[in-house]
Write a protein that binds this ligand. Structure first.
Ligand code: 5GP
Length: 208
């Protein structure tokens, strides 16, 4: 059986990653989810073991040292990491897994797993990104300016990703993500066993 794909979506804060990924999962509920480990405090409504595994810095470091975390990154003063075993198990059993990672996280995945697919999500424009960030009403003007500056820097990494999707509309962006996954599953390089079988049958038929 071929391995499940590890599809990682990254993008600056405010590009709508969470909403697009949620829509992708609504449209196709068969995706596996990787629940990350984080040292940040739970937000209201977040549950341990559902949204994240919430750990102390000491616990996180111990997991890292023991190889229980396959990639990790620091984001606004906290650590975020992907647990190794669930990811490997899901992929081995052929389940496609969607991941929401920082840019460095997607790059680490790309380096370590040939079954990875990295997608960069872009806002339609900086004006729109600014509108979205201000519209949230959760951050100060300074914090918004810092996020916009970070978004400009992060956007330079888009060229290192396999795909880029502009999120001008959640529905369309979710459809594009699904189309990318469908195309990736049809790659000849990902269907070597099936192709070998076809060739074998052809040879047998030639022999008759
Ligand atoms: P938040 O605190 O808003 O839930 O997440 C902050 C950032 O951490 C998001 O950009 C998200 O993509 C990223 N993130 C969440 N889990 C992981 C992980 O396991 N590894 C990496 N590299 N980034 C993660």
């Amino acid at each position: 059986m071929s391995k499940g794909l590890l599809i990682s979506v990254s993008g600056p804060s405010g590009t709508g990653k969470g909403s697009v990924l949620a829509r992708v999962k609504e449209k196709d509920p068969n995706f596996g989810t990787s629940i990350s480990v984080t040292t940040r405090a739970p937000r209201e409504n977040e549950k341990d073991g559902v949204d994240y595994y919430f750990k102390s810095k000491e616990e996180f470091t111990k997991m890292l040292e023991e190889g229980e975390i396959i990639e990790y990154d620091e984001f606004v003063g906290n650590y975020y990491g992907t647990p190794t075993i669930p990811l490997q198990e899901m992929s081995e059993e052929g389940t496609d897994v969607l991941l929401d990672l920082t840019i460095a996280g997607s790059m680490a995945l790309k380096e370590n797993f040939e079954q990875s697919v990295t997608i960069f999500l872009l806002a339609p424009s900086y004006e729109e990104l600014e509108k979205r960030l201000r519209g949230r009403g959760t951050d100060s003007d300074d914090a918004i300016d810092a996020r916009l500056e970070m978004a400009r820097q992060e956007t330079n990494f888009v060229k290192d990703f396999d795909y880029v999707v502009v999120n001008d509309d959640i529905e369309t962006a979710a459809d594009k993500v699904l189309a990318i996954i469908t195309a990736e599953k049809c790659r000849c390089a990902r269907n070597v066993d099936m192709i070998e079988d076809v060739i074998k049958v052809n040879k047998e038929m030639e022999g008759n």
